[in-house]
Design a protein around this ligand. Structure first.
Ligand code: 6CS
Ligand code: FE
Length: 322
C-alpha cells in the first residue's frame, strides 16, 4: 500500500489487513482538525482472579484512572542497588554520548538514557521482575516485551519539563504500535515530589484519544525527546481534559512504582530545586501488539527507541533483585 510522506491509512502487511483505529497527525488544520476519538480498546485485558499480581481494587483503580501508584514493593537494599546501577549508567552515558543518550535542552547534562536492559544486568533483571513484567502481563492479557526503556534524570536546578502528551499517540504515529495494549512502569530512584518535577497525570484521560494536528517532521525524535511539540494536544483540549479529570501528582519516595496506561495524558514540570528527580522507565507492549509500519511518519524511529521485528516474550522472574 502506498504510504504518503506524513500519514498512512489502512494497509496490508503479509496479507494481514491492519486498520488505523487512531488516525492522527493529519496534514494541517484546514484538512485535519484536532479530534477526540473514544478509546476502542480495553484498559485491563484480563479478568481478575485471586492469583493476579495486584489486588482487585488496584486492578479496578487502574481501569478507572489509567494509572496506579504502588508503594513499598522494593526493599531498601534493592533500591540502593538500582540507584547505584543508574549512577553507573549515567556516568557511562556521559562518556558514551551515543544517539541513545539525550541531554537537556541547552546543556550537556544527561536527561535520558535508553535501552537499560542492554546496558546493565540489574536493569535487565528488574525489567523481567514479577512486580513489573508480571503486572504488565496481567494488565495486557498477553506475553510482553520491552518496547522501550529509559532512565530519566531531571537534574536539580536545570531539569526541563516534559510537556503534556499521550505516549501512545507517539508510539502509534512514529513507531507503528497498532492498538492501546501497552503499559509503562516507572520505578522512582529518587524521591519524586511535585516540587522537583514528579509525573502529573490526568485520571480518566486514557479513555480519550486526542488526534493531533500537524504532520510528523523527518527525524522528529531528534528534537521531540528534548521538547515534544508535534503530537501534543491543543491548549483547548488540555483545558477540557484537565477540567473533566483533574491532575494528580504521582509522588513518592525512591522505590515507588508508577504504572500508567499508554494513552493516559501526562507530563511533568521542570526542576529548579537542588534535588534531582530520577526514574527507571520500562514500556511493556503485548506481544500481539508488536509495532508495524508507522501510522503517521515516513520512516520508523531507531531500534533504541522502539524494539522492532518479532518480539521475544519476557520470562518473568520472582524473588529479590539484590
Ligand atoms: O517519544 C517517546 O517514545 C518518549 N517520549 C516521552 C516524552 N514519553 C514517552 C516516551 O518515552
Ligand atoms: Fe511520556
Amino acid at each position: 500500500m502506498e504510504m504518503t510522506a506524513s500519514r498512512r491509512r489502512d494497509f496490508d502487511i503479509a496479507g494481514a489487513h491492519i486498520d488505523d483505529a487512531y488516525p492522527t497527525r493529519g496534514d494541517g488544520p484546514e484538512r485535519w482538525p484536532e479530534r477526540w476519538i473514544d478509546r476502542a480498546d480495553p484498559v485491563v485485558w484480563s479478568d481478575w482472579t485471586p492469583d493476579a499480581p495486584i489486588t482487585q481494587d488496584q486492578a479496578a483503580g487502574f481501569a478507572r484512572d489509567g494509572f496506579l501508584v504502588l508503594h513499598n514493593l522494593f526493599a531498601p537494599r534493592e533500591v540502593e542497588a538500582l540507584v547505584e546501577a543508574a549512577a553507573q549508567l549515567r556516568a557511562e552515558g556521559r562518556d558514551r554520548a551515543g544517539d541513545d543518550v539525550v541531554t537537556e535542552p541547552g546543556s550537556d547534562a544527561v536527561r535520558t538514557i535508553f535501552r537499560l536492559e542492554d546496558h546493565d544486568a540489574l536493569m535487565a533483571r528488574l525489567a523481567r521482575d514479577r512486580r513489573l513484567a508480571g503486572v504488565a502481563q496481567f494488565l495486557l492479557g498477553d506475553a510482553v516485551y520491552i518496547h522501550q526503556s529509559r532512565l530519566n534524570y531531571k537534574p536539580g536546578f536545570s531539569g526541563k519539563e516534559f510537556y503534556w502528551h499521550s505516549d501512545f499517540e507517539t508510539w502509534h504515529a512514529e513507531d507503528g504500535m497498532p492498538r492501546m495494549r501497552a503499559v509503562s512502569a516507572s520505578l522512582l530512584l529518587t524521591d519524586n515530589r511535585a516540587q522537583n518535577g514528579a509525573l502529573m497525570l490526568m485520571p480518566g484521560s486514557h479513555r480519550t484519544f486526542v488526534s493531533c494536528v500537524g504532520a510528523t517532521p523527518e527525524d522528529n525524535h531528534k528534537s521531540s525527546l528534548k521538547a515534544q511539540t508535534v503530537g501534543t494536544p491543543s491548549p483547548e483540549s488540555l483545558t477540557k481534559l484537565a477540567e473533566a479529570h483533574g491532575i494528580t501528582d504521582a509522588e513518592g519516595p525512591a522505590g515507588t512504582l508508577i504504572l500508567f496506561d499508554c494513552n493516559t495524558m501526562h507530563g511533568s514540570n521542570g526542576n529548579i530545586t537542588p534535588f534531582p528527580r530520577s526514574n527507571a522507565f520500562f514500556v511493556y507492549n503485548a506481544v500481539s501488539n508488536a509495532v508495524t509500519e508507522p501510522f503517521a511518519a515516513a520512516t520508523p524511529r531507531p531500534e533504541w527507541l522502539a524494539r522492532r521485528g518479532t518480539p521475544e516474550p519476557l520470562e518473568v522472574a520472582t524473588g529479590a533483585l539484590a
